[in-house]
Write a protein that binds this ligand. Structure first.
Ligand code: ZN
Ligand code: ZN
Length: 119
């Protein structure tokens, strides 16, 4: 591929915004992508947007994962209390178990309902 602005020069890459071929002289290296002179600001914005989306995506995954871990923990705890309570006829343990189970359910609901895009 040749440079869009210099027909005789080989392109080193393409502009991230307009996809024109750019030679070493025309390309502005913005770290995560190349830009031509005219698109510089567009590409900066583009990279910033992508970075932010990646960050939100990672947070979202972590929150989901943590939620599931909490749900599992509470669920197991609730199950143990409930089983113990039923086995020994202990009202207190049954109530505790039920509370943990409810809380686990709440965590699960909250985790699933968690909005994907933070504002
Ligand atoms: Zn461009
Ligand atoms: Zn050029």
């Amino acid at each position: 591929m040749k440079c869009y602005y210099h027909e005789k020069l080989d392109a080193v890459g393409t502009c991230k915004s307009c996809s024109k071929g750019l030679c070493r002289e025309c390309a502005i290296d913005l770290g995560k992508g190349l830009a031509c002179e005219g698109c510089r600001q567009d590409v900066v914005d583009l990279i910033t947007t992508i970075d932010r989306n990646i960050k939100i995506g990672t947070n979202y995954k972590n929150i989901k994962k943590n939620g599931m871990v909490q749900f599992g923990f509470m669920g197991i705890l609730g199950g143990v209390f409930l089983c113990t309570g039923i086995y020994y006829y202990e009202t207190f343990s049954i109530v505790m178990g039920a509370c943990f189970m409810l809380y686990a359910g709440y965590i699960l609901w909250r985790t699933i309902k968690f909005p994907k895009i933070e504002k």
